[in-house]
Design a protein around this ligand. Structure first.
Ligand SMILES: Cc1cc2nc3c(=O)[nH]c(=O)nc-3n(C[C@H](O)[C@H](O)[C@H](O)COP(=O)(O)OP(=O)(O)OC[C@H]3O[C@@H](n4cnc5c(N)ncnc54)[C@H](O)[C@@H]3O)c2cc1C
Length: 515
């Protein structure tokens, strides 16, 4: 069979947007392990950031993003993100993403750590569903230039003489493995929230792209930075459904189990403090009161504001017997967003010729040590566009260098395997990460986690089906995370070490893994 010009792995915002642009350059194959709409993108609530408001500018957006990034963001990548954002929003509007409007203008909301209202939303709190729905409908309607293979799980990147030649994938329905050739391979496989017991992610977020890229020899960086969302619903028997930050942006208040508004005790911005601070403050309040939750109170806001601005959240809670216009919402933190990933330059290129990464699996350097809310959907479209530009016009412009911050290269060493360990199940793996590599970490816990993960890696049989491939990918991704968190003896952004609570200048560097 003739090689495809592009193979794109994943059908969230990164994969679909890349496919729609790349079809102008050549043939496109999209491989996705579930249905086209199985992804994190469709769960995104709050929105997508862009400096399109009258009181806003790309410079302000850049400054807010750098402030959140804790000294590890790549300024050039952030500048590209902020400056190209308005044009990419226009692209989404042209694809007919139905952003909410107010008096004929696109409506903008405020989210934590943004200095002005700059977050666009659709369907109130169903932004991701509208973006995913619009893009997947478009992909389905464009005809033979884009082939979509659903229920195909990419298992290996094929590399010859340092250049990508294609991908091996498992047909999840028949169990048969096939190889597909291409000129350019774009990983758009999303995050790894399934590492943790409590997470807001889709079941497909199992770190596959990290494992594939690492095994192929790509650089993986910033793995110790995993963002925990402070407010996921905490009700017995109910999944940790996200209660968007925008709820606090619109005036929602956090209270502990005594009804006390505690956030002002922790940060000058109170309920709108950065995510990592809110998450740790909540944990502290939970610990003090011996409760497994705190409460988000919106009962003082007009009921119609809640039902029209957050219809999805309102309906989800109401279906489970909780009317949030009358009762406080029980919440607790949950794993949310993988900041680190496959290292790319400002054109989405990795260190392997022909291999690109976009969206949550990529580490473009935009987020640094902590992601600013609503920058991730934006990052996916800005850098997907640049991947397509780059592959169209290869020699025109030099890629910007990676971050000027220094690098610390590591390779996974052999940890002593103390004893034979039983092959883990998903639940054991998720509990291990939650307990030992979660919101608050320390040396002993991380050492234990890394040791157990190394032992599991040795004991796993060769994967044969989707669950065993995903488990194996989670073990490797988790190991890269735990080992990096163990090495980084400081606290910065989303990485908090109780034994090293300060940010230290000597750690202003990236930990980079390469096989
Ligand atoms: C609940 C929730 C709310 C969020 N809210 C916001 C928000 O308001 N604003 C914002 O900017 N960000 C938000 N985020 C983050 C944002 O949604 C994600 O970072 C973004 O959607 C990721 O897009 P993606 O295309 O990289 O990955 P995804 O949308 O996760 O898509 C990944 C795709 O890859 C496929 N895949 C994975 N592995 C393989 C494999 N081995 N073979 C084949 N296919 C594979 C998956 O099936 C899936 O189709 C939120 C995330 C969650 C979970």
């Amino acid at each position: 069979m003739k090689p495809y010009d592009y193979i794109i792995v994943g059908s969230g915002i990164g994969g679909l947007y890349t496919a729609l642009l790349a079809r102008e350059n050549g043939s496109v194959l999209v491989i996705t392990k579930g249905s086209i709409d199985d992804c994190n993108t469709r769960y995104a609530q709050g929105g997508i950031a862009a400096a399109i408001g009258k009181d806003d500018s790309p410079q302000l957006h850049l400054e807010d993003t750098l402030n959140a990034g804790g000294g590890l963001s790549d300024e050039e990548a952030v500048r590209i993100l902020a400056e190209e954002a308005p044009a990419r929003i226009t692209d989404l509007v042209n694809f007919r993403v139905p952003f909410d409007t107010l008096d004929g203008e696109i409506a903008l909301t405020l989210e934590a750590a943004h200095s002005v209202s700059r977050v666009l939303h659709a369907g109130g709190d169903a932004t991701g569903e509208h973006i995913e729905g619009t893009l997947s409908k478009e992909v389905r309607s464009v005809g033979p230039r884009i082939t979509v293979l659903e229920n195909f799980l990419a298992t290996d990147i094929l590399v010859e003489k340092g250049k990508v030649t294609g991908i091996r994938a498992l047909d999840c329905r028949t169990g048969i493995t096939e190889e597909f050739e291409c000129r350019y391979l774009v990983l758009a496989t999303g995050g790894a929230g399934q590492l943790f017991k409590y997470n807001t992610n889709s079941a497909v977020a199992t770190g596959d792209g990290i494992a594939l890229a690492f095994n192929a020899g790509a650089e993986i960086t910033d793995m110790e930075f995993f963002q925990f969302h402070p407010t996921a619903l905490r009700m017995p028997g109910v999944p940790p459904f996200l209660i968007s930050e925008a709820v606090r942006g619109e005036g929602g208040m956090l209270r502990n189990s005594q009804g006390y508004r505690f956030m002002a005790d922790y940060h000058e911005k109170g309920d709108l403090a950065p995510r990592d601070i809110v998450a740790r403050s909540i944990l502290n309040e939970m610990k003090k009161s011996g409760s497994d939750r705190v409460y988000l109170d919106v009962t003082h806001l007009p009921a119609h504001l809640i039902t029209t601005r957050f219809p999805h959240i309102y309906r989800f809670c109401l279906d489970r017997g909780l009317d949030i216009t009358r009762s406080q919402v029980p919440v607790a933190p949950a794993a949310h967003y993988m900041i680190g990933g496959v290292r790319t330059n400002s054109w989405g290129e990795t260190n392997i010729a022909g291999l690109f990464a976009t969206g949550e699996v990529a580490c473009t350097g935009v987020h640094g040590a902590n992601r600013l809310a609503s920058n991730s959907l934006l990052e996916a479209i800005v850098f997907s566009k640049r991947i397509v530009e780059r592959t169209k016009n290869k020699s025109k412009e030099k890629a910007a260098a990676n971050s000027r911050v220094k690098d610390m290269y590591s390779s996974l060493g052999h940890r002593p395997v103390l004893r034979a360990v039983p092959v883990p199940g998903l639940a054991a793996l998720q509990q291990l990460h939650w307990d030992k590599a979660g919101i608050i970490r320390d040396k002993d816990g991380l050492d234990q986690a890394a040791g157990v993960l190394a032992a599991w890696q040795n004991s796993l049989p060769r994967p044969t089906d989707q669950p065993s491939y995903e488990l194996s990918n989670l073990v490797l991704t988790g190991r890269l995370l735990a080992e990096a968190a163990f090495i980084r003896e400081e606290s910065r952004g989303a990485h908090f070490r109780s034994d090293f609570p300060r940010t230290l200048p000597k750690w202003q560097c990236h930990i980079v893994w390469q096989k």
